[in-house]
Design a protein around this ligand. Structure first.
Ligand code: C2E
Ligand code: CA
Ligand code: CA
Ligand code: CA
Length: 287
């Protein structure tokens, strides 16, 4: 509730729970869940669009709720952000992703996977201990810094001097930064000047329908134009690109022809529990 400024008057409607109260209620539950260890990470491969080789994995948090089952981030991340619990939750995610990746590297060798990529919220970036948390997570799990990619959204990155300092410190440590959901923010391009990014993730909204070719589908043409421009820009700036949310071979082929070498999406693999991801990496290691 700290976030609510003066002009942000709370209104009640019959039969509707007031969001601050809903967040407070779920906040207590989140705190309990953190202590009880109910959060899990699922992993989704990021693959080379040509050979299908797994080059990295994105870590995505799930809540294994005692009565409601496995919950997706959309069901609890907003409340975690609003209550500030995203900071300890994000710390867990960071630590667990590093621990798991280090374990896979130990078990399957240095070629098993190049990168692990947890998501980082804006609240974490504003936490003065964040750089230290990252340093500690790397030191205590033994994951080399250059295997860690932090996924940040554009809105998270935009704000202020302190965040900028934090990002440059992380960059100097060798940690890679990815701009998530690229193209959906308002100043994607200007951001690239000041932000030490290594990777751009083209948002799924540009991938949806990108394979359509019938004349008179201007939406598809616009998406192709944007996707192509982003790939060229990234190339010129020496950044890697990942196309997100690929759901068909047609989309994968089209993205390749537009200049993308890496992709992620249900067509290649859905997010999966660590055990399954480990099996996938082990099969690769045997080849
Ligand atoms: P995101 O970072 O953009 O992650 C990609 C989301 O797209 C994931 O949803 C993934 O399951 C989904 N996805 C991947 N491929 C496809 C596809 O081909 N089709 C479709 N329809 N969806 C696909 P998920 O796991 O539900 O996560 C949603 C969002 O929640 C993430 O979006 C991210 O913003 C946030 N999130 C997830 N884990 C964390 C976390 O640990 N910390 C924070 N701060 N945010 C997280
Ligand atoms: Ca992400
Ligand atoms: Ca994304
Ligand atoms: Ca997203």
């Amino acid at each position: 509730a700290k976030q609510r400024g003066k002009g942000n008057r709370v209104r009640f409607h019959d039969g509707m729970e007031e969001p601050v109260l809903a967040h407070a209620r779920i906040g207590g539950d989140l705190r309990r869940a953190l202590e009880a260890g109910e959060f899990r990470l699922h992993y989704q491969p990021i693959v080379a669009l040509g050979e299908g080789q797994v080059i990295g994995v994105e870590a995505l948090v799930r809540w294994d709720h005692p009565t409601r089952g496995l919950l997706a981030p959309a069901e609890f991340i907003p409340a975690a952000e609003a209550t500030g619990l995203i900071v300890p939750l994000g710390r867990f995610v960071l630590r667990e992703a590093c621990r798991q990746a280090a374990a896979w590297l130990e078990e399957y060798g240095p070629d098993a996977l190049q990168k692990v990529a947890p998501n980082v919220s804006v609240r974490q970036l504003h936490d003065p201990d964040f750089v230290e948390d990252v340093r500690e997570a790397l030191a205590e799990t033994g994951l080399p810094a250059d295997r860690l990619v932090l996924e940040l959204t554009e809105s998270a990155v935009l704000r202020g001097e302190q965040v900028s300092r934090t990002l440059h410190e992380l960059h100097a440590m060798g940690v890679r930064l990815a701009l998530d959901d690229f193209g959906t923010g308002e100043s994607s391009l200007s951001l690239l000047r000041s932000f030490p990014a290594s990777i751009i993730k083209l948002d799924k909204s540009f991938v949806d329908g990108i394979e359509l070719d019938e004349p008179g589908t201007p939406a598809a043409e616009a998406r192709q134009a944007v996707a192509h421009a982003v790939a060229q820009l990234a190339g010129a700036l020496g950044l890697d690109t990942v196309a997100e949310g690929i759901e068909s071979q047609e989309q994968a082929d089209r993205l390749r022809s537009l200049g993308y070498t890496l992709g992620q999406g249900y067509h290649m693999a859905r997010p999966m529990p660590a055990e399954l991801m480990g099996e996938m990496l082990s099969r690769r290691a045997e080849r």
